[in-house]
Design a protein around this ligand. Structure first.
Ligand code: F6R
Length: 364
């Protein structure tokens, strides 16, 4: 039931503080601020490589997780979209963990990749939202997201819950490998537990986002820029906008702009910049200036500090709470989801059932 919401997608966006808290609750122990994964019957500390395979939004969650596995556990990570994975003849060495991320647990390409990895002797981990799904049944390590049923075709709450699970897994692996001290683990857990409240503060800006949607709705093309773990969020923002508003959108790593896409910039192409203040901020801002110098119209999504420093001359800004970099990808998911949602509402498209799309893609 939609309750007071106009669409399932909107309801699911607003459920995120609750369901992310639920998911974190099952992977973190608040009593001593530690990560507590389900019983694992293989040696996580012996894993020497991770191969992540997924599609669409779940793939972007995997892209964020790559930063975490490498940063925390110092384990090399390969990542592919499932439809490309098998056909490039991937080298799967002994001691590898193959990790499949899927809301439905039924996506045909991802499931086929899972079976391929299983046959190749990889340990199989899955992050799925449907615990009775095919992927869940075939896993050595099942890590459910507790997002509850997702009805809107565009994935929202499943994504942030996937991120929550993946952050916990990366920290746990780092601890097992002796790469993360007890104090660092507690620190990571504390930051993760701040996520639900920060998601709530992000949702407080719903009205601001609704009132700027008319600036984006007439555009034919929109670019999204981000750096580091916020780069996958730029990709996710572009995907959300494409699928429900039918506006052509692309996400780019901010630094790639000058290698081509900047040629597209004119006053008709809005550029959405995701830039939490922090170590990567200055670099992103200088990419943003390159856009502005060419007449580009920028929407900056940042925190108070970032907006104060670089918010001038933007056609609009969206203020996020100041958050630890670890949880920024979860929190910044909210404004990109809401922006796509409100633009689609302005355009009057069928938000929950966008044309040509199915909730679960069970054919290759
Ligand atoms: C985007 C979206 C799709 C799915 C993709 C994978 O909003 O919903 O891109 O993320 O089809 O689906 P799952 O996660 O069920 O494997």
């Amino acid at each position: 039931e939609k309750g007071n919401y106009r669409h399932f997608m909107q309801k699911e966006i607003f459920e995120q503080p609750t369901v992310v808290a639920q998911t974190l609750g099952s992977y973190l122990r608040q009593a001593d601020n530690s990560v507590a994964l389900p019983q694992i019957d293989f040696d996580l500390s012996a894993i020497n490589r991770i191969t992540i395979v997924a599609c669409g939004t779940s793939y972007y969650a995997g892209m964020v997780a790559k930063y975490w596995f490498e940063q925390f556990a110092r384990v090399p990570v390969d990542i592919d979209v499932a439809s490309e994975f098998r056909y490039r003849e991937p080298v799967l060495e002994d001691g590898g963990l193959s990790l499949f991320i899927s809301q439905s647990g039924e996506t045909a390409d991802t499931l086929a990749a899972l079976r391929h990895c299983k046959e190749a002797g990889q340990t199989i981990g899955v992050v799925v939202n449907v615990p009775t799904s095919s992927m869940a049944r075939e896993a050595d390590l099942l890590l459910p997201t507790h997002a509850g049923p997702e009805i809107g075709v565009a994935s929202t709450k499943a994504f942030t819950c996937q991120l929550a699970v993946l952050a916990a897994l990366a920290a746990h692996m780092a601890v097992k490998k002796g790469r993360m001290s007890r104090e660092e683990e507690q620190e990571v857990v504390r930051h993760l537990l701040e996520a639900p409240a920060c998601l709530n503060s992000a949702l407080d800006h719903d009205d601001d986002i609704a009132s700027m949607a008319h600036l984006i709705a007439p555009a034919r093309d929109v670019l999204y820029l981000g750096r580091g773990p916020d780069y996958p969020l730029a990709l996710e923002g572009a995907l959300k906008l494409k699928e429900i508003s039918y506006i052509h959108a692309e996400g780019y790593a901010s630094g790639e702009m000058k290698h081509g896409p900047i040629a597209l910039i004119d006053e008709d192409v809005p550029v959405i910049v995701l830039a939490p203040s922090g170590p990567l901020f200055e670099k992103t801002v200088s990419n943003m200036q390159e856009v502005r110098a060419r007449g580009g119209k920028v929407v900056l999504i940042s925190d108070e500090e970032g907006l104060e420093e670089a918010g001038e001359d933007c056609i609009a800004t969206i203020q996020m709470p100041k958050v630890h970099p670890l949880i920024a990808p979860l929190v910044y998911a909210v404004p990109v989801q809401l922006l796509a949602y409100h633009v689609a509402c302005v355009k009057g498209t069928d938000v929950d059932q966008p044309r040509n799309l199915a909730k679960s893609v069970t054919v290759e």
